[in-house]
Design a protein. Structure first.
Length: 236
């Protein structure tokens, strides 16, 4: 259905106001959509758009948005209870993302770092553990360890930001800060500085013609801005 796909595209592009317009059109025609997966996408992405708008909503709008999100969540939860295998997508995605966080944290706990900590270079081994595809380049030849580790976190988030933003950015923020609670003050400070310096990148154009890399940078800048706010997280 056109309006559901439009809704999804606008959410992934970060244009939440346009996503709400598309959601209203999709809802009007939802009775013509027999496929349950199309309906699930409608409820899921409409809820994501509303949650994003809550950040700048007035008190009255906030209450309306929360009520609408609760309705979408109720429908998705009902489907998940009856057919968990089909509707566990966002939760499963977030769980896999958390495994990546834990894998990188394990490397850092050994006072080490990765050469290219993108999600494509983290693989699941036959024994179920997460392994790392390493490369010959060593960022430690020119950067201190804290800088290398901060680089790992930013690389991983850059490669997963669009998926995280579509799944559950608020829940992901909790996992992100919980994992980084064990990082050194230097690493966390570097990430807070990076978040502040990257804020302007949220304003990059969202059109497809600018390419997927541009959208990844825009997505990671938006996540960091939301997760760190104006001041950044408190120090240990």
């Amino acid at each position: 259905m056109y309006w559901i796909r439009k809704l999804q595209a606008r959410v992934l592009a970060g244009d939440h106001a346009a996503a709400i317009v598309a959601a209203a059109e999709a809802e009007r025609l939802l009775w013509m959509t027999p496929a349950i997966f199309e309906r699930a996408d409608y409820h899921f992405y409409a809820a994501l758009a509303l949650i994003a708008l809550c950040e700048t909503a007035s008190a009255g709008e906030y209450a309306e948005h929360r009520e609408a999100v609760a309705a979408h969540h109720s429908q998705l939860r009902a489907w998940a209870e009856h057919c968990a295998g089909n509707f566990a997508g966002p939760a499963a995605l977030l769980a896999t993302w958390r495994e990546g966080l834990a894998a990188i944290a394990l490397v850092h706990a050994r006072d080490a770092y990765l050469s290219q900590a993108f999600d494509r270079n983290l693989v699941r081994c036959p024994d179920g553990t997460i392994g790392y595809i390493d490369f010959e380049d060593d960022p430690g030849e020119t950067l201190p360890v804290a800088e290398c580790q901060a680089r790992d976190w930013l690389s991983y988030l850059h490669s997963t930001a669009m998926l995280v933003d579509a799944a559950s950015p608020h829940a992901a923020a909790t996992h992100w800060h919980a994992t980084l609670a064990d990082a050194s003050d230097e690493v966390r400070q570097r990430l807070a500085v990076a978040a502040r310096r990257m804020r302007w990148l949220r304003n990059l154009p969202s059109g497809r013609r600018w390419g997927r890399d541009t959208q990844r940078v825009r997505a990671v800048a938006s996540l960091l801005a939301r997760w760190y706010g104006n001041e950044g997280p408190s120090r240990k």
